[in-house]
Design a protein around this ligand. Structure first.
Ligand code: LLP
Length: 444
C-alpha cells in the first residue's frame, strides 16, 4: 500500500507529507500520488515478470497502460523504472513523447484510430501499432506507404476468455468491439484473427511483430491469463505452420487486479508472473515452438494504489431509512466528475477522516459529491466518526487509476490537480482547472 501513516495527532501523512499541509497548499479536491509507491509497483511488476520468464527462457517487456493515468511526470517515472508506455490515443501519445519516452518504447492501441493518430505514431517511430480490425490493416498499410515506412504491428485477438473481478468465462463468440476472434467466421472459413494475421504477413508495408490479447480488467484470478496465453500460443504455432512466419512477440495485455477496500487481497505480481510463465512454458513445450518474447500492459496495478483523493467535507445530513436506521450523507467538494467509477461500475471505495483524530462513535455514512444527480456517490457505505463535520478532510483510497483519466466537467466543475508527494514534499503535476479555462473553450 501507499506510504500512508497516521500521526499521533490523527493527521494522516502520505509520503511523509501531512494531508492538512497538502490541502492548505493545493486545495481540495485533489488527486495525491505517492511517487515512491508508483515506482515500487512499476519495479515490482517488471522484476516479477522478468524473473519468472527468464526462468522459462524468454524475455519480457512491461508497458505501463497510460489510460489509467498519464501525465508527463508519470510517463517519465515509468520509463525510469524500466517500463515502456502503452497509449490509446493521439493525446496519450503526445504526453508520452513530451515526457521523452523514445518512440520505439511506445505502443498505440485503439479500435478506431484516426488517420492523424496512425500518422503521428508512424512519424514518432512507435515500436508497435496494435491493429484491431481487418480494415485497419489496409489503412495502416496505406498510411505507412504514404510515409515510405514499414509499420510494426501486432494483431489484437479475442481468445474467448473473458475475465474481470472474480469471474471468468469462456464464450464461443464475443459480442464486443475489440479485437479479432480466434473462432471460425460465420462462413466456416478462417477465423478473423487468422485472416488478419495472414493479411499482415503478406503486406510489405507491415512488419508483423506478434499477437496481442487483453482479456479484461480488475482480474483477481490468474486462470484467465493462463487460458488466454494458451490460445494465443496455439494461434502463433498455426500461423507458423501455414506461413513459415513464427512471430517474435506475444502481449498478454493488462488487467491485474488491486485492492480497493480494507482486507481485499490484490493480485500478487510474483505469483501471477510465475503462473503465466509456467503456462506459457508448458504450451510452448507441447507445441515444440521456441517461446516468444512476452509483453504485458498493466495500468491500474501500477498507479491505482499509489493515488488517493483528498476532499473537504461540506454538508452533513442524517436521513432516516425505512428500516429505522439513520444514514448520514456526507457531502464532499467533488464527486462523480472526479471519480465516475462508482456511478459507472458500482465500484466500491473506502473513505477515512484524515485531518484529525476522533473518538466519536462511528455512524453509517454515505459519501456523496456535489453534483446535481442522486447517483453522485463517492463511497456507498462506510463507517465514519459520528462527529464528522464541515471542514473535515476525507481521503478516498486507491483512486490513482481511472480517476483523473476519466474525469469530466459535469456541472462545469473544474477538474482537480494531480499532486505528487515525494521525499517529504509535494509538487503539482497537473494544475487545477479554473473557471477561466472552461470559459476560454466557450466561444459564445
Ligand atoms: N491494455 C489494453 C489493451 C487495455 O484495453 C487495457 C484496459 C489495459 C491494457 C490496462 O488495463 P488495467 O491493467 O489498467 O486493468 N475504465 C475502467 C477500466 C477500463 C480498462 C480498459 N482497458 C475502470 O475504471 O475500471
Amino acid at each position: 500500500s501507499t506510504g500512508v501513516r497516521r500521526r499521533d495527532d490523527g493527521v494522516v501523512e502520505v509520503g511523509e507529507v501531512g494531508v492538512d499541509a497538502l490541502a492548505a497548499e493545493h486545495g481540495t479536491p485533489a488527486y495525491v500520488l505517492d511517487e515512491a509507491d508508483f515506482r515500487a509497483r512499476a519495479r515490482g511488476y517488471r522484476t516479477a515478470f522478468a524473473t519468472a520468464f527468464a526462468e522459462v527462457g524468454t524475455g519480457v517487456d512491461v508497458y505501463y497502460a497510460g489510460k489509467a493515468l498519464l501525465t508527463v511526470a508519470v510517463a517519465r517515472w515509468a520509463r525510469e523504472e524500466g517500463l515502456r508506455v502503452d497509449t490509446a490515443s493521439g493525446g496519450e501519445l503526445a504526453v508520452a513523447l513530451r515526457a521523452g519516452v523514445p518512440g520505439g518504447e511506445l505502443g498505440l492501441h485503439g479500435n478506431n484510430k484516426s488517420d492523424d493518430e496512425i500518422l503521428a505514431a508512424l512519424d514518432a517511430g512507435v515500436g508497435r501499432l496494435i491493429v484491431d480490425s481487418l480494415v485497419e490493416i489496409d489503412r495502416v498499410a496505406a498510411l505507412a506507404a504514404s510515409r515510405g515506412v514499414v509499420a510494426p504491428v501486432m494483431v489484437r485477438v479475442t481468445t474467448g476468455v473473458h475475465a474481470g473481478g472474480h469471474e471468468y468465462i469462456s464464450t464461443a463468440h464475443e459480442d464486443q468491439k475489440f479485437g479479432l476472434s480466434v473462432n471460425p467466421g460465420r462462413d466456416g472459413g478462417d477465423p478473423p484473427a487468422m485472416r488478419a494475421l495472414l493479411a499482415a504477413v503478406e503486406r510489405p508495408e507491415l512488419h508483423l511483430l506478434g499477437i496481442h490479447s487483453h482479456i479484461g480488467s480488475q482480474i483477481l484470478d490468474p486462470a484467465g491469463f493462463e487460458a488466454a496465453a494458451r490460445v494465443v500460443l496455439r494461434l502463433r504455432a498455426e500461423l507458423a505452420e501455414r506461413t513459415g512466419v513464427l512471430v517474435d512477440e506475444v502481449d498478454l495485455g493488462g488487467g491485474y487486479g488491486i485492492a480497493y477496500l480494507p482486507g481485499e487481497v490484490p493480485l500478487d505480481p510474483d505469483r501471477i508472473a510465475k503462473d503465466v510463465a509456467s503456462a506459457v512454458a508448458a504450451v510452448g513445450a507441447e507445441l515444440g515452438t521456441p517461446l516468444p518474447r512476452i509483453s504485458i500492459e498493466p495500468g491500474r496495478a501500477i498507479v491505482g494504489p499509489a493515488g488517493l483523493t483528498l476532499y473537504t467535507v461540506g454538508t452533513v445530513k442524517p436521513v432516516a431509512l425505512d428500516d429505522g436506521r439513520v444514514r448520514t450523507y456526507v457531502s464532499v467538494d467533488g464527486g462523480m466528475s472526479d471519480n465516475i467509477r462508482p456511478a459507472l461500475y458500482e465500484a466500491q471505495y473506502h473513505a477515512e477522516l484524515v485531518g484529525r483524530s476522533s473518538a466519536a462513535e462511528p455512524v453509517l455514512a454515505r459519501v456523496v459529491g456535489k453534483h446535481c444527480e442522486s447517483g453522485d456517490i463517492v463511497v456507498h457505505e462506510v463507517q465514519l466518526p459520528g462527529d464528522v463535520r464541515a471542514g473535515d478532510l476525507l481521503a478516498v483510497a486507491a483512486t490513482g487509476a481511472y480517476g483523473r483519466s476519466m474525469a469530466s466537467n459535469y456541472n462545469l466543475l473544474t477538474r482537480p490537480p494531480v499532486v505528487a508527494v515525494a521525499d517529504g514534499g509535494s509538487r503539482v503535476l497537473v494544475r487545477r482547472e479554473t473557471v477561466e479555462d472552461l470559459l476560454a473553450l466557450d466561444l459564445g
